[in-house]
Design a binder for this molecule. Structure first.
Ligand code: CA
Length: 247
């Protein structure tokens, strides 16, 4: 237990030194959705692979974990440019992303991430504002938040693919999240599970926590700019109080 407290304290000190902040006092948590609040990434990857295969582009399922956090449009264009030598038309983006969303939905019930409810409960009791920051535009998951995590996210505290011009790894989604929370970077922290999301949080100047909830190694998350990496959401939830009590 002492070890983890020391590790968290060191991460906060390193973050402050790196940004020349004299203090770090969190008032808001900027929270990613897929792979953080829901164990949805394996299904997203399978849905992406199936849709792209039908579009004539054969991509291994694991590769989609690396694109996690990007908007659907950005992912489609990246793969179109690489494999077909051109961007997708807006119509193609609409049809293909729609198809991918259908395949995702067909997997059925949502799977909340183990530990996410405990983490949100601790944040709520500590009066840390929760802001959702997701690259997703999937109404099915966004609508589900209130049901699965009652009271955790208010309607005004959500940044989705519809709200930004440049998705992760650009800092814009997290800068928008800070704006919604009315916070400076030194008053918030980001919770992410994907390298591109970690890069976005770091680029926004926020202390960025990574949870290794999928096949991406902890080392890769650290190299992407995470200030601290936890092996699971449950592990983070059990220790989040040491982070938010940090002064
Ligand atoms: Ca994610």
């Amino acid at each position: 237990m002492t070890d983890i407290i020391a590790t968290i304290n060191q991460a906060v000190e390193r973050y402050k030194a790196c940004h020349n902040f004299t203090h770090w006092r969190p008032r808001a948590a900027l929270i990613d959705m897929d792979g953080v609040l829901y164990d949805s990434m394996p299904r997203h990857a399978a849905a992406w692979r199936r849709m792209m295969m039908e579009a004539g582009i054969d991509i291994p399922e694991e590769e989609f974990f690396l694109y996690e956090g990007m908007t659907g449009e950005a992912t489609i264009n990246l793969l179109f440019n690489r494999h077909l030598g051109r961007s997708a038309t807006p119509e193609e983006v609409k049809v293909l992303y729609g198809r991918k969303s259908e395949y995702f939905k067909a997997f059925g019930d949502r799977i909340p991430m183990r530990g996410a409810d405990l983490m949100l409960d601790i944040l709520m009791k500590a009066h840390i504002r929760r802001i959702l920051v997701t690259g997703s535009a999937q109404a099915s998951l966004l609508d589900a938040l209130n049901h699965d995590y009652p009271g955790a996210f208010d309607a005004a505290g959500r940044v989705t693919a519809h709200d930004v011009k440049h998705g992760k790894p650009a800092p814009e989604p997290y800068l928008r999240g800070l704006e919604l929370a009315g916070c400076l970077p030194s008053e918030a922290f980001v919770i992410e599970n994907a390298p591109l999301g970690v890069k976005a949080g770091h680029a926004a100047g926020c202390l960025t926590v990574a949870v290794a909830t999928g096949p991406i190694p902890e080392k890769v998350l650290a190299e992407s700019g995470a200030d601290i990496v936890f092996p699971s959401m449950h592990d983070f939830a059990c220790n989040v109080r040491y982070l938010i009590d940090n002064e």
